[in-house]
Ligand binder design. Structure first.
Ligand SMILES: *Cc1c(COP(=O)(O)O)cnc(C)c1O
Length: 356
């Protein structure tokens, strides 16, 4: 009945162990939908990696709201990636978690505001990168460092760089950012980074041997071995239709004989319309129409595949199920069969996650 993520457990765990073993200082990232697995499951896995002796003393979450979900399942430090602000969820932090939470700070005034509330706060200073998302510019970083030099109870746990997804090498940029960090003269030697390749991490460690480089990794950790993962939907109903039969919320009519399939997975799971592919010029549409192509009558490609082919939505996905149109001649699955779905794991809410 479900949209299911099936995980080849042995293969997945092997991959997780190998990423942890080859990335000293690894900080697993568990945020959002838990990369499809749920935050709770990722927190338990992070604890498991720690218990295997593979480091992992810190887990990163995206937001303050996500802390309760992971805090009871992972024992170590909890780095919050969203920068601390003097408003909102950051101020509602459970005092029981305060010692475990590492705040990310990225604006000059926020250092003072955080320390005014929590003089012994643990924090990392984020340096703005070419991403231009959050963080201090060099001058402000130095100012923050001066403030911190006079706040002996504050626990500065390092500097953070959030780099764009690799488009060529990051090393030139990281080198410039490191210059600012070194110039700050704060007595911390930890750099938290994202999106560096193993070779870039090695180069950075070689260039700054007295710094500890801690890679924050989500996608390449949890989703790095795609062959261990399968997303599938259940066929919930199958109805033969003739040309002209009407169906669906909008009373559309079948353009030719075939089958309507109702499969699990809809908008609530993050299943959406696929962008029309290929040539959408009038001439191309006319040609498809002449061939009796279904896209020309307004059917849109779905992420569900049957018999190795992506099938068309008969109408836009419903909240928890989708209607597909299967033209005459294609093999017709039975109620209860599983069909493959191509999903983005980071935007899909599965009903079930089955780890073998
Ligand atoms: C999400 C995130 C990461 C992890 O990104 P992946 O591409 O999933 O590895 C690292 N750092 C920050 C600040 C993030 O927001």
């Amino acid at each position: 009945m479900s949209l299911t993520l099936s995980v080849d457990g042995e293969r997945w765990r092997t991959h997780l162990r190998s990423v942890a073993a080859s990335h000293p200082g690894l900080v697993p990232v568990a945020k959002g939908n838990g990369y499809g697995f749920t935050l709770a499951r990722l927190a338990r896995r992070a604890q498991w990696l720690h218990d295997l002796g593979l480091g992992v003393d810190t887990l990163a979450v995206g937001t303050y709201e996500e802390l309760p979900e992971v805090a009871s399942r992972f024992d170590g430090s909890l780095l919050v990636l969203t920068p601390w602000r003097p408003f909102g969820a950051a101020l509602e932090l459970d005092p029981k978690l305060a010692r475990r939470v590492v705040h990310t700070v990225g604006r000059p005034g926020d250092v003072d505001a955080l320390l005014a509330r929590e003089p012994d706060a643990r924090l990392v200073l984020e340096r703005r990168t070419s991403m231009q998302r959050h963080g201090f510019l060099a001058r402000d970083l130095w100012a923050a460092a001066r403030t911190l030099a006079e706040a002996p109870r504050a626990r500065v746990e390092g500097f953070a760089f959030h780099l764009p997804l690799a488009q060529g090498s990051h090393l030139g940029e990281v080198q410039r950012l490191m210059n600012d960090v070194v110039a700050c003269q704060l007595p911390t030697r930890t750099i938290w980074v994202s999106h560096l390749t193993p070779a870039e991490l090695d180069a950075l460690r070689a260039a700054y041997p007295d710094y500890q480089i801690r890679p924050r990794i989500g996608t390449a950790l949890w989703l790095g071995d795609r062959a261990a993962l399968r997303a599938s939907a259940t066929v919930l109903d199958v109805h033969p239709v003739e040309r002209g039969d009407s169906f669906g919320y909008r009373g559309r009519t079948a353009p030719k004989p075939g089958h309507l399939l109702v499969v699990s997975g809809g908008t609530a799971h993050g299943i959406g319309l696929e962008a029309p592919t290929g040539d959408s010029s009038i001439r191309a549409r006319a040609a498809t129409l002449a061939r009796g192509g279904l896209d020309a009558v307004g059917f849109v490609r779905s992420p569900f595949s049957i018999d190795g082919k992506h099938r068309l939505f008969a109408e836009p996905p419903h909240m928890q199920a989708s209607m597909l149109f299967l033209p005459h001649g294609a093999p017709v699955p039975e109620v209860g069969d599983e069909v493959d779905v191509r999903v983005r794991f980071t935007t899909t809410r599965f009903d079930r996650v089955q780890v073998s």
